[in-house]
Ligand binder design. Structure first.
Ligand code: FAD
Length: 623
């Protein structure tokens, strides 16, 4: 049957990409349908119930700055919050929350089910309706035809999913969920390049069977970091600690002795796994010189005894899992509640996508999340939001929004994927961003909220709160730059404590904040420095903008220079074999495609920003 309502946008899949995509399209006013296997699993965390971390926290802040759900849900579900790299520079500081998986999912569900313009329908999408190379809808398993002007596919690890535990395997989308076979077959008929990847998850353990006596406790930070720019600590549920144990030589011996029963090492699994989140068998083989690996014992929630042992993802047979788990301190009598497993699935070569995440072959069809070769909730959510908003813009007849590498980690993520593709599950790191001093967690709202508001993604409440914050930051920056502190206004005790000695002359406050040991907050006790702002986010912003002004300015200049260089002409007869430092692959691409400008060269798939820098230096030398 043909469903009686025509939608603007249909999103297939209610995971992390799908929920952000559906919410984004609906927030922009598009009538949207979220078609997903199971309403109960909307927002489900397939693996570790944790949000954020280095590079990933940056993505969550960007999703939040654009009005998305992930940051709110992390605040409502987070049971242990930490700022990673807290002692390092602001570019690499990152928020991470261990979440109660039930509370997190409930928060996402609450946001999705209360979103205007968004309908939800529980069923598998088995087929796409395509007319003249343009998608016009989706056909569900029951044969219901839903028509739409744009479709976003976010089906995660479900396409042709195959679960492995030891030498046993069966079809599945993740433990307890069916795979998407019909849709996978249909997509393989279309001209996309399809490959296989794999990922894995550790066995879960009953906390009551763990002996915590000799385990190192790891409490969260106080004060507790907050994820959403408009969130608050008051939303956080009860906070609890994680713990740490370690693998040992015995653990490694058990694993090494069982590799012949590992589906990965016996060649049963063909897909490539995540380099940065390897299985324990991978770690033991690859880092053979290490006799121990750290394992974080992370609670799965407040109302469950299950814990997630972070670091022992495995697809070894169950008897081996039990034996190596029990070889670790604290786990001697561990009871495994769910075995670990690996999953192999189809993903599409993201080089077949436009920067908007629309596919190059089927108009109006967008791909987001794990099906583009990424791993992680945050990477999925970021792509979902971008695909959903661009589906909305397409329906509105407007040009796509494609953030640049110097604007957002979302821009870095998509640019990496569509230009270089990926041979292994792609995860975000701060090191992937060449302009990371500009792309900080603390300024994602200053970078993106206005853009989000203009795109229709950000509501009036967030816009008002953001505008007030931006104004107060500016005001406080001006006040700090204009306020002087004279040595006579500081007691000896304050001088010693704050400046490690007496000030030699009068200083502007910003000069003092630029000193390595001085912070905005450390000046609070000096009366003449006031009135200082109480709001933590504003104080942090003022401090970062003052302390790192020189570096930020330099990076901005680099970006401006690069933008100008976009138009730099490349001589037609340039001999690329003479450009030293280029990889053979890039040299071949330049030789074959003969780009006419630096901008053109930079957009050739597979050409990295580093290769462009080399090319620019070479062109300058020739001038
Ligand atoms: P998913 O969260 O998988 O959501 C897909 C959604 O689509 C589901 O709701 C599903 O029901 C629905 N769906 C699928 N097919 C259809 C269809 N035909 N019709 C309707 N609905 C459909 N990430 C890490 O960062 N680190 C890890 O160590 C890690 N380990 C993992 C281990 C396992 C076993 C799994 C399964 C995942 C792991 N992940 C890990 C990845 C993380 O779970 C994903 O990156 C993230 O969930 C991807 O989000 P997504 O929205 O793309 O897909």
């Amino acid at each position: 049957m043909l469903y009686p309502k025509n939608y603007d946008v249909i999103v297939v899949g209610g995971g992390h990409a799908g929920t952000e995509a559906a919410l984004a399209a609906a927030r922009m006013g598009q009538s949207t349908l979220l078609l997903t296997h199971n309403i109960e699993t909307i927002g489900q965390m397939s693996c570790n119930p944790a949000i954020g971390g280095i590079g990933k926290g940056h993505l969550v802040k960007e999703i939040d700055a654009l009005g998305g759900a992930m940051g709110h849900a992390a605040d409502r579900g987070g049971i242990q919050f930490r700022t990673l790299n807290a002692r390092k520079g602001p570019a690499v500081r990152a928020t991470r929350a261990q979440a109660d998986r039930v509370l997190y999912k409930a928060a996402i569900m609450d946001i999705v089910l209360n979103q205007e313009n968004l309908d939800v329908f529980m069923q598998s999408a088995d087929d796409l309706m395509v007319e003249n190379d343009t998608v016009v809808g989706v056909i569900s398993q029951m044969g219901v035809k839903f028509r739409a002007k744009a479709v976003v596919l976010t089906v995660g690890t479900f396409l042709g999913g195959k679960i492995h535990i030891g030498m046993e395997n069966h079809s599945g989308g993740r433990a307890g969920d069916p795979p998407s076979i019909a849709l996978a077959d249909r997509l393989r008929e279309l001209p996309f390049r399809v490959e296989r990847l794999k990922t894995g998850t550790p066995p879960r353990i009953d906390a009551r069977s763990i002996d915590y006596t000799n385990l190192q406790e790891q409490p969260g930070d106080t004060p507790t970091p907050v994820f959403s720019y408009i969130g608050s600590r008051a939303e956080h549920p009860k906070q609890i600690s994680c713990h740490i144990t370690h693998t040992n030589q015995k653990t490694h011996d058990i694993i090494l002795g069982s590799l012949d029963r590992s589906p990965m090492y016996s060649g049963v699994i063909e897909g490539i796994g995540p380099r940065y989140c390897p299985s324990i068998e991978d770690k033991v083989v690859r880092f053979a010189d290490k006799s121990s690996h750290q394992i974080f014992i992370e609670p799965e929630g407040l109302n469950t005894y299950e814990i997630y042992p972070n670091g022992i993802s495995t697809s070894l047979p169950f008897d081996v899992q039990l034996e190596f788990v029990r070889s670790m301190v604290g786990f001697e009598n561990a009871h495994i509640t769910r075995p670990g497993y690996a999953i192999e699935y189809d993903f599409f070569d993201p080089r077949d996508l436009k920067p908007s995440l629309e596919t190059k072959f089927i108009n109006g069809l967008f791909f987001a999340g794990q099906i583009n070769g990424t791993t992680g909730y945050e990477e999925a959510g970021a792509q979902g939001l971008l695909a959903g908003l661009n589906a909305g813009l397409l329906v509105q007849g407007k040009e796509a929004w494609t953030p640049k590498r110097n604007e957002a980690y979302i821009g870095v993520l998509v640019d990496d994927l569509i230009t270089c593709g990926t041979q292994e599950p792609y995860r975000m790191f701060t090191s992937r961003a060449e302009h990371r001093l500009l792309l900080r967690e603390d300024n994602a709202d200053l970078r993106l909220t206005e853009i989000g508001y203009n795109l229709g993604l950000v509501d009036e409440n967030r816009w008002r709160l953001f505008s007030e914050k931006r104004e107060q930051v500016e005001k406080e920056l001006q006040r700090v730059r204009g306020t002087c502190i004279h040595p006579s206004q500081i007691t000896d005790e304050q001088s010693e404590q704050i400046f490690k000695g007496k000030l030699s002359r009068e200083y502007h406050m910003d000069e003092l904040i630029r000193r390595p040991d001085v912070t905005y907050n450390s000046l609070r006790s000096i009366e003449s420095a006031g009135p200082m702002v109480e709001n933590e986010a504003i104080a942090e912003q003022v401090e970062v903008q003052i302390k790192y002004a020189g570096y930020i300015e330099r990076q901005q200049l680099e970006v401006d220079k690069q933008l100008k260089q976009e138009g730099t002409a490349i001589p037609d007869n340039l001999n690329y074999t003479l450009v030293s430092g280029l990889s053979n692959e890039v040299r071949q691409k330049f030789t074959d495609q003969r780009p006419v400008t630096v901008g053109h060269a930079s957009r050739i798939p597979g050409v990295t920003p580093a290769a462009i820098s080399i090319l620019i230096v070479h062109l300058k030398k020739k001038q």
